[in-house]
Design a protein around this ligand. Structure first.
Ligand code: SF4
Ligand code: SF4
Length: 202
């Protein structure tokens, strides 16, 4: 019992000779926290490489495909198609930093950052981490239902034509012209009359 207390006292005295607490990561703007920082007692505090923090969205790169919404299990990303617009609401307060949105984004429009602080004390704190933006939608030429965001349509119709190669380039352009601006249901209903069957590519 006495031995134990002496040992404890020794350790307490030993530890008081050096700093035992770590700086809060990122607390001092003069310090590069991306690298381990060694001080007296070899203590360091840094943001680890690969830390999954708050996602950063690039509105400029986003094509509006909503793939990120479909993989976000925390309901952080929500979209709504209203009056010819796809409205994105990203509530970062719900984010669990899983990184699935970054993995799935075909345009590299989402990158997880090393920012991990989301706490606020101000009166409007609940709105501080909400991101809102919208994308114009193509509406079906026959029924008026949303088809896809304009930007996504432009990017992918070009990719399809390119990937199909020289032989089918004209045919694929023709099919996109005929059916690219029809919704899935109208495309299905008119597949025969518009000769959309993929058989012709084989
Ligand atoms: S990191 Fe995960 S939880 Fe956060 S927005 Fe992306 S998919 Fe959703
Ligand atoms: S997956 Fe990427 S490109 Fe698609 S809507 Fe989300 S951020 Fe935009």
């Amino acid at each position: 019992m006495v031995k134990g207390k002496i040992k404890l006292l020794k350790e307490a005295l030993e530890s008081s000779k050096s700093i035992q607490t770590l700086d809060y990561p990122g607390g001092d703007p003069q310090i590069d926290y991306s690298k381990p920082r060694f001080g007296s007692g070899a203590k360091y505090s840094h943001i680890c490489e690969g830390l999954r923090g708050v996602p950063q969205y690039s509105e400029e790169d986003c094509c509006g495909c909503a793939a990120c919404e479909s993989v976000c299990t925390a309901n952080t990303i929500k979209t709504e198609d209203v009056n010819g617009k796809r409205i994105f609401t990203i509530d970062l307060g719900r984010c669990v930093f899983c990184g699935r949105c970054e993995e799935e984004c075909p345009e590299d429009a989402i990158k997880l950052t090393s920012r991990f602080e989301l706490a606020y004390t101000g009166p409007d704190s609940q709105n501080l981490e909400k991101v809102k933006f919208e994308r114009d939608l193509i509406l079906c030429e026959r029924c008026g239902n949303p088809v896809a965001p304009v930007k996504q349509y432009e990017i992918y119709s070009e990719k399809v034509v390119k990937n199909l190669g020289e032989k089918w380039r004209e045919q694929s352009k023709e099919d996109i012209e005929k059916a690219g601006k029809l919704c899935r249901e109208c495309r299905r209903r008119n597949a025969y009359t518009l000769n959309l069957h993929t058989r012709k590519y084989y």
